[in-house]
Design a protein around this ligand. Structure first.
Ligand code: PLP
Length: 387
């Protein structure tokens, strides 16, 4: 039986060309990018090339890119670094109620450090309304952070409009674009954001490397102190192979973006249509059209997401229920609850996230398997109304 990976929002396989680009930096080109000799210079040059590749993908100056150890670190850096820098100006931060834990938990931490955080509500499709942001801004607000697209339901936010509203009040705007960079066009100038987080492993790069875009002129406090790497903003010996991998993944994403989007969109629509024809008592969660091309997320009545995952896994399908971090816990996802989904229905959440190696045949086989899995579980379900 063929194994089918339908969990690209959790992570993606490293692209063969990315791996090939990285390998020499583990062996013959192993230099420390801060060393002055030829080994160091070679490594430093590779890092700067990667910086240019990432900058090219999101349309900024390479000097506006700071490499980090993950998307989570980029989010922590943006929020804690700006909060620390601007704390004499104000102590209010605005975010949304559906952020990834990397932003949500950082906000909870900042609350313990004396900051006030407003969690903007979302509508049933997971959209933040610009009016809500206008209402929440105060003279104390120093930062707004709203994710570009949600990792569970795939809804894409009106970032351009939200950033403009923040700027009208002189407030900085950060977006967690971990789910969008490499999946849809992301142009920091067009979006008008001041800070943006991204992560290599979501677009066929390696795990453990990310970046923070920071617009020229924005000042931030470092999170990690030590050596002078990354212009004194992020200490630690440079992860040369990882950064080279991120750079290559960015170059490939730029080249293949249209093709990848079209591929995912075709599979997504085939899957959504197929579900409409074959499955009963479920809802599609997230916005119908303003959603990531590779995201299909549903909530199925009367059963639990975890049991669906196990039976699907036995049939060769790797999917997810809510986000990878929340699966395993019995709490329904905060994203689905914020969207007003009934807690019991939210227990039956299933996320299918598509990628470049998935095929029409994979989708068609899934459409055969899922209804049978659901039927089997419903027969055992104590929640299912009996006739
Ligand atoms: N933000 C979002 C929206 C994500 O989906 C993820 C990963 O799941 C992260 C942040 C964290 O990124 P990383 O895995 O690189 O720490």
């Amino acid at each position: 039986m063929k194994s089918v990976y339908f969990d690209h929002a959790a992570t993606t396989p490293v692209h063969p060309e990315v791996l090939e680009a990285m390998l020499p930096y583990f062996s013959e080109q192993f230099g420390n990018a801060s060393s002055l000799h030829s080994y160091g210079q070679l490594a430093a040059r590779a890092v700067e090339e990667a910086r240019a590749q990432v900058a090219e993908l999101i349309n900024c100056d390479p000097r506006e890119i700071i490499f980090t150890g993950s998307g989570t670190e980029a989010d922590n850096f943006a929020l804690k670094g700006i909060a620390e820098k601007l704390k004499s100006r104000g102590n209010h931060i605005i975010t949304s109620s559906i952020e990834h834990h990397a932003v949500e938990m950082t906000c909870r931490y900042l609350e313990k450090r004396g900051f006030h955080v407003t969690y903007l509500p979302v509508d049933k499709d997971g959209l933040v309304h610009p009016e809500e942001l206008k209402k929440a801004l105060t003279d104390q607000t120093i930062l707004v952070s709203v994710m570009h697209a949600n990792n569970e339901v795939g809804t894409i936010q009106p970032i351009k409009e939200l950033a403009q509203i923040a700027h009208e009040r002189g407030v900085l705007f950060h977006t967690d674009a971990v789910q969008t960079v490499g999946s849809i066009p992301v142009d920091v100038k067009d979006l008008g954001v001041d800070l943006l987080s991204l992560s290599a492993h979501k677009f066929y790069g390696p795990k453990g490397v990310g970046a923070l875009y920071m617009r020229k002129g924005v000042a931030i406090e470092p999170l990690i102190h030590g050596g002078g790497q990354e212009r004194n903003l992020r200490a630690g010996t440079t992860n040369v192979p990882g950064i080279v991998g991120l750079g290559k993944a960015a170059e490939l994403a730029k080249k293949e973006l249209r093709e990848r989007m079209e591929h995912n969109l075709n599979l997504r629509e085939r899957l959504i249509k197929g579900l409409e024809e074959r499955l009963s008592d479920y809802v599609l969660t997230g916005h119908r059209t303003l959603r990531l091309p590779g995201n299909v997320s549903i909530c199925v009545q009367y059963i639990e997401g975890e049991s669906m995952l196990l039976l699907l896994s036995a049939e060769g399908f790797a999917c997810s229920s809510g986000s990878a971090c929340t699966s395993g816990s019995l709490e329904p996802s905060h994203v689905l609850l914020s969207m007003g989904i009934d807690p019991q229905l939210a227990q039956g959440s299933l996320r299918i996230t598509l990628g470049r190696e998935n095929t029409v045949e994979d989708v068609d086989r899934f459409l055969e398997v899922l209804p049978k899995v659901v039927e089997r579980l419903r027969e055992m379900s104590p929640f299912k109304p009996r006739k």
